[in-house]
Ligand binder design. Sequence first.
Ligand code: ZN
Length: 205
Amino acid sequence: MLLASLSLSIRIKCLKYVVYQIIMQEALIVDDVLEEFVYGKISSPRAKNIISPTKKLIETARKSKVPIIYVCDAHLPSDPEMDVWGPHAMKGTRGAQVVQAIKPSKGDYIFEKRVYSSFQGTGLELLLRDLSVDTVVIVGLLTEICVRHSAADAFMRGFKVKIPKDCVEALSEKAQREGIEYLKKMYGAEITTSVKISQRWSRGL
Ligand code: ZN
């Protein structure tokens, strides 16, 4: 009744909105939760804080059929980051392995990367387009480095960005605070929590 009273153009807009809501979806990007960043050379006690909430978020994503995409440093000695950080998370080493608590499962996607951003040289964008994803939920390490650069590339490719703040960490409290603020200010990232995202996914939204 209400729909019939609307003009054709408004009805088309409503229909497009409904179709968009049905077709488009979120994906969970798990960025660099690796041995090197949690227990190794570039670790800090803060990194361990994200393991438990991230594990729960991943479990909810699996149950809710939200695609889970791990993107992991797998460096070569010639990579540009070597001059900044020295060798870390080198391809094929223990440091480049996802930590045991949140190991990928069958059906998850895994990409290797050689620079900060999860989008550079990985094929992530193509996968997201194939899966009709319009929003990425980014978790992992470190807030002010890889998470920031992945969020930047997501934003510049037209994806919406959501950050559960309990599932990202930086090397210091100041870096975390400023890193989160930067994500919000520069990329319009929705800063939220893993509990809020899990509740929504559990309801199929
Ligand atoms: Zn790296």
